[in-house]
Design a protein around this ligand. Sequence first.
Ligand code: SF4
Length: 258
Amino acid sequence: MGSLFDFDLELFIGAGAYICGEETALINSIEGKRGEPRSKPPFTCACGLNNKPTVVNNAETISNVPWIINNGGDKYSTIGLKDSPGTKLFCVDGSVKHPGIYEEPIGTSIGELIFNAGGGMLTGTEFWFAQVGGSSGHLILQGLLDEQPQYGKDPKVSMGSGAVLVIDKNQDIKKLLLSWIRFFQRESCGKCVPCREGTFRLKAIIERLNNGNFGQNDKDDLHKLIWTLDNTTLCSLGKFSVTALQDVIKYKLLKDIL
Ligand code: SF4
């Protein structure tokens, strides 16, 4: 673009670990180490890749840069919400007619994503809830469908990954719980005990819940494990492993575990 600035672009191919979405685990992996989060501080802006100051952004964020250079930041800020400007790639999936990835302005409500972009519920199914933001996201019931996923501190519904998984009333909540905890147990990097042991033990309890062998001890342990994972893990993966389970309890979606 007429400037004398020049730079090299180097591409690293990771093995696809979920935890490498955490920036320090990603940096470790690029350095050839295990993909495990580092204790913070120091933060990556001061000490990141090869101990140098590092900016970490994902490909979706960087893909906005050409448009901003061509059209200006002020114009970009007119799209979306004041505190969360721009567009977002929303992945609408589950019991909808047209699952897919849709680019929409931030500020699009969950209901609009499901019933406009996603084409509404599959024929013969009835909306139960949506999980917004990925496997670590909260469960959104009918009354919250007008909410707009966004960034920032403590929004009512966090954007997370932008995924909207739609669940209908025919789905088996016990199987969903098992699917969520199996995912987190498999993806736990194992660096800290509460997550390494906690997700493993929680999975065993949810398996017993599915097999009809869930007892009072399991119920007591379940609540202790939820607290431990929510409050004591090194990174957010451990905490997020129980977000959906906490919402299942909060909204009384499964009376066996109350
Ligand atoms: S919370 Fe889980 S993923 Fe995060 S550091 Fe601990 S073991 Fe690893």
